[in-house]
Design a protein around this ligand. Structure first.
Ligand code: GLV
Length: 324
């Protein structure tokens, strides 16, 4: 008998085809995920789930699913899953790294440029017919070239952003719990600095850390107060890494100059004050959203799921302890 797998939400068709070739798949072909109760109902008796970041696997949910062996998340982040609880139950958890690195770094840079050069504001200005003449100070913004880019978290996406920054001749400084290899620092001309120094010296600060207990509200009132008045914050990681209310306070007080945000503390809700600010560019969690990348993520998740169900160590294993 083929293993039974739930796909909780719509994914790209090639991944569904692959799953159907290998497993007995129940496909919830909908953009609305299941609520907590429905999720449990549909997962009862399933050996695996292809999940998305809106599906919450708390310790309680995991405890209620004795048959579950694999959680294959269609995302690089996996803060929607209680990894300790899954590991204790020897449930294999997988994610979809690498395939989204370039696309996500591209989008972080897109947000950086759009915010610095006031692109969204300019587009609105023109469309509502406000453009009547060329003006010396019309929609003047911040230079990107030769500015200092502070990268918080020098993982795959942070490194790729640093590569983008070289093309703009930016100075790249970073902080991380672990210092990068000297060859990488040399290649990307990175300067490793204490966290507070990165905050104090950067013109742009881009966040690339995972959401963990230690990174929740990594940036709050105290950190915004340290930043330069012209600083622009970019967040494509996870919303709760930034204290959104404190960010709105800092922007309103002119402590920093702007923000480009793809992720939010309580998605899909956004701190209402941010919605009224012209110096903030907002996007609905789409940093990895190119057709190619999202397709690759879905196929990768399907492959991770099938491999793990076969008892083989999947390539994108999150909780390595399960295979030790
Ligand atoms: C998206 O946010 C992801 O983690 O892949």
């Amino acid at each position: 008998m083929k293993p039974r797998v739930l796909v909780t939400k719509r994914i790209y068709p090639s991944a569904v085809e692959y799953l159907r070739q290998h497993v007995d798949a129940e496909y919830h072909e909908s953009d609305d995920g299941y609520g907590a109760e429905q999720l449990l109902e549909h997962l009862t008796g399933k050996q695996a789930v292809v999940s998305q970041l809106t599906d919450k696997f708390s310790a309680d949910v995991i405890a209620a699913l004795p048959d579950l062996k694999v959680i294959s998340n269609v995302a690089v982040g996996y803060d929607n899953i209680d990894i300790a609880a899954a590991t204790q139950r020897r449930i294999v958890v997988t994610n979809t790294p690498d395939v989204l690195t370039d696309t996500t770094a591209d989008f972080a840079f897109t947000l950086l440029m759009a915010t610095a050069r006031r692109l969204v504001e300019a587009d609105k200005y023109l469309r509502v017919g406000k453009w009547t003449q060329w003006r010396i100070d019309l929609l003047t913004g911040h230079d990107i070239h030769h500015a200092t880019l502070g990268i918080l978290g020098m993982g795959r996406i942070g490194q790729t952003l640093a590569r983008r920054a070289r093309g703009f001749e930016m100075r790249a400084i970073y902080s991380d719990v672990q210092r990068a290899a000297p060859e990488l620092e040399r290649e990307l001309q990175l300067e490793y600095l204490p966290f507070d120094s990165v905050l104090e010296q950067s013109d742009f600060i881009s966040v690339h850390v995972p959401l963990l207990a230690a990174t929740r509200h990594l940036l709050g009132a105290e950190q915004f107060a340290r930043m330069k008045k012209n600083a622009i914050l970019i967040n494509t990681s996870r919303g709760p890494v930034v204290d959104e209310a404190a960010l709105a306070d800092a922007l309103a007080a002119g402590e920093i100059a702007g923000a480009g945000l793809d992720v939010f503390e309580r998605e899909p809700q956004v701190e209402p004050r941010l919605l009224d600010m012209d110096n903030v560019v907002l996007a609905p969690h789409i940093a990895s959203a190119s057709v190619d990348t999202r397709t690759k993520m879905c196929v990768m998740a399907a492959e991770n799921c099938v491999t793990a169900l076969a008892g083989t160590r999947p390539p994108n294993l999150v909780n390595t302890a399960v295979f030790e």
